[in-house]
Design a binder for this molecule. Sequence first.
Ligand code: APR
Length: 319
Amino acid sequence: MKKKITLIGAGQIGGTLAHLIALKELGDVVLFDVAAGIAKGKALDIAQSSPVNGFNVKLTGTDNYDDTKNSDVIIITAGVPRKPGMTRDDLLGINLKIIKEVAHGIKKTSPKAFVICITNPLDVIVMALQKYSGLPKNMIVGMAGILDSSRFIYFLSQELNIHPKNINSFVLGGHGDTMVAMLGSTEVNGKKINELVKEGKITKERLNEIVDRTKKGGAEIVKYLEKGSAFYAPAASGVEMAESYLKNLKKQLPCAAYINGEFGAKDIYAGVPVIIGSSGVEKIVELNLSKEEKINFNNSIKSVQELFDAAKKIDPELK
Ligand code: APR
C-alpha cells in the first residue's frame, strides 16, 4: 500500500516538499494549510505535472485534519518565516501558538506518524511540539542539521573547487547563530580539513569565514528574498529524513533530536547525528568532540535552553 505523507503548511517549503515527494514517488501527498486554497491549488498544479514527469502518486489539498488521518509521515512547516533583520528567535511567540494548534490536530488524527518539524525557531518549536502532542520522542524530530551541513559543504566545495560528494562534514547544536561546524570531523577526499590548512590549500581565516557564512546562511537568503526565507534546500533536507524513515535506510543524519544524557546534555532537543530508520530516531551517534567543539556545543545547548525558558514564560503549559 502507498504511504501517506501529510505536509502541514503549504507555503514555500510545503509546496517544494510536495513537488519533491511526488517526483520521488515516496507516497501520496496531503497538503494541509489554514489557507485551504493554497493547499488545493498547489496540489492540483503539481498533480497536473504528473503526465509530463511520469509519477504516480495522489496529491490533495485540505484545511481539514480528518483528511490527514493515519499519515505515515507528517512534515510541519506551518508558521511564519523571517523577514530581513529578524532572527529565527523573533518568530517564537507567533509560531508557538501555531505549533500548539498543529500538535493537537496531529495527535488526534495520526498518533503513529513519524513527524518532522521545520518551523522555526527550530529546536524550541520541536520540543514544544513533542510536549503539546505527547507523541513519542523518537518519532518527533527537527530538520536543521542536514541543511546547515549542506550549506557548509556547498561553500567548501566552491572554495576548494571539489565536488560536494567528496566532502564529509556536519553542523551540530542549535539551529541558530550558535550552531557548531564540526571541523574535527570535516574531511575532503578523505583528508582532514586541518591537514589542508597545514598544507596551505585553505587558510584558517578563510575557513573561519566559511563557517561564519554557514551560520548566517539563512539570513543571507532572507536578505535577497526580502519577503520570505529559504525553501529549496530546507525542503530537500526534510525529504532526505522522510525517505530514510519510509525506506528504513538507517542513514546517519544530523537532526534536532531529543537528547537525554548524550553529548553531556539532558532533556532537550538540539542537533546531533542520529540514525533514522523504520523505528524513527533509532540511535544518537556520540562523537568525540575536541575541547573547542565541546565548549561551542555546550554554548549552543545553553542558548536553546534559554529560548525554551522564554517559551515557557509565553505558555506555562510547557513546563
Ligand atoms: N496550520 C496550518 N498552516 C498554517 C497555520 C496553521 N495553524 N498557520 C500558518 N500556516 C501556513 C500559512 O498559511 C503558510 O501557507 O503555513 C504556511 C507557511 O508558509 P510560508 O509563509 O511560505 O513559509 P515557509 O517559507 O514555507 O516557512 C515555514 O519553516 O523554515 C521555517 O522559518 C520558516 O517558520 C518558517 C517555516
